[in-house]
Design a protein around this ligand. Structure first.
Ligand SMILES: [Mg+2]
Length: 432
């Protein structure tokens, strides 16, 4: 039997109502969904602009390298024929890798660290902290590592690799990431204690001819006034000359140190104890030559106190000694505010560490030439390509490519490799 017309009408009306309700709900839901997606898009853009998106660090690799120096040299603890270092590689899920290196020595004679302690601190504490954190910017690494006291070279090796990785992810140079704008930097050389003044003069002559912008000579009691006088007498008053004492003096030597004033040195570096800022303040009052602090400065707080006390007129920033690029930048900014010029010291870095030094030196208050020389000053073969070369006498170019701007040469790394270990979130459980 056919459905009566009124019933068919009611059915039609019910269906039409249901369709209408569904359509209204769909439009409503669609609108809500559009709102949600647009909010998510804005939020993620904002988060990215503010640097809040996680870097997605998946794996850290440590490689201990023994790199032979071009020529062995005499250090305070004996002859040094090779550099013993830890190369750090940090890998992210998006296929990028950042590099850093430790600037520690085999013996705890510059600071308390050694290559062995750096490896231990990285494996036991720093890498687990990094891999279990959700880092979105390299500045957070310094905060993450802050509860762990000192061990700055271990911290700096890993933090430096994170900085490189971050800049590669963003497609900017490490120099730009740090806020540097110089495209070229002036560099000088450091000369160890030579057996005789004549040999020293020969070295100085060679480096002046190569156009280095600063000649740093190591001094100690008994090898100070005479070599400086000989350099000034032979090469004249315009050679940019400085002395580094590596804590070899005490206030008892004040008369000798005052004699150095007549040579118009750019500075005398760390004349007194490695952990002192009080006696340096007393000495600075007696000297015309600015004192530069190296070993005494480990943090921006150390720098603040030294500046307040008048312990120095210049600060040498070594990235490893102060725990990384973030702290280096803080010290730079503080010094700039107080008209204290800074420069970047060297620790026999491979091309990786050299690239980090070049990047930090691109900041504006690095007004004194640093110690970062070309790769071939120390190495027969560096582990980066291209090698670090002077683009003009005494001048290095600041790379504009993403990150440190130098690629790692895996075949060279392999040649110098002593031991390697990889750490991931999954493998952390296996590290005792
Ligand atoms: Mg020094």
């Amino acid at each position: 039997m056919a459905t009566p017309i009124p019933q068919r009408g009611a059915h039609f009306i019910r269906t039409a109502r249901a369709v209408g309700k569904y359509a209204r709900q769909s439009v409503h839901l669609q609108l809500r969904w559009n709102q949600v997606t647009s909010w998510l898009a804005t939020y993620s853009v904002n988060m990215e602009e503010r640097g809040y998106l996680a870097m997605n660090i998946e794996r850290v690799e440590l490689q201990r390298l023994h790199m032979p120096f071009k020529a062995s040299f005499e250090a305070s603890f004996g002859r040094m024929a090779k550099r013993d270092l830890v190369l750090v590689s940090v890998y992210s899920g998006d296929g990028h890798v950042g590099y850093g290196e430790s600037t520690s020595m085999p013996y705890p004679l510059y600071n308390e660290e050694t290559t062995e302690t750096v490896w231990y601190m990285l494996e036991k504490f720093l890498i687990p902290k990094l891999l279990t954190a959700d880092i979105s910017a390299p500045e957070e690494v310094a905060e993450l590592f802050a509860p762990i006291r000192r061990n700055n070279m271990a911290k700096a090796a890993l933090e430096g690799a994170v900085w490189d990785l971050y800049c590669k992810q963003k497609g900017i140079s490490l120099a730009a990431g740090l806020g540097g704008s110089k495209q070229k930097i002036d560099v000088g050389v450091s000369i160890g204690i030579e057996p005789t003044v004549d040999l020293l003069l020969k070295k100085v002559e060679g480096f002046i001819n190569e156009g280095y912008k600063k000649i740093k000579v190591k001094v100690k009691p008994g090898f100070d006034v005479e070599p400086m006088r000989a350099i000034r007498k032979t090469f004249g008053p315009d050679v940019p000359l400085m002395a580094d004492a590596n804590s070899a003096y005490t206030l008892d030597h004040i008369d000798t140190l005052k004699e150095l004033d007549e040579f118009n040195l750019i500075m005398i570096e760390q004349p007194l104890a490695h952990d002192d800022i009080i006696d340096h303040a007393k000495l600075q009052k007696e000297l015309k030559t600015p004192i530069c602090l190296d070993e005494s400065i480990h943090t921006v707080e150390d720098a603040r106190k030294a500046i307040e006390l008048g312990s120095c007129g210049i600060i040498n920033i070594k990235i490893g000694r102060v725990g990384g690029l973030t702290e280096s930048k803080r010290i730079h900014d503080l010094c700039q505010k107080h008209n204290i010029p800074v420069w970047c010291g060297g620790m026999f870095e491979t091309g990786v560490g050299r690239a980090h030094n070049i990047a930090i030196t691109s900041l504006p208050n690095f007004t004194i030439p640093g110690d970062t020389s070309a790769s071939n000053r120390y190495w027969v073969e560096d582990i980066v390509e291209p090698e670090v070369v002077l683009v003009e006498p005494g001048i290095l170019a600041v790379p504009s490519e993403a990150g440190i701007g130098y690629a790692l040469k895996p075949e060279s790394v392999k040649k110098f490799l002593v031991h390697e270990q990889s750490y991931s979130k999954q493998s952390l459980a296996h590290v005792e």
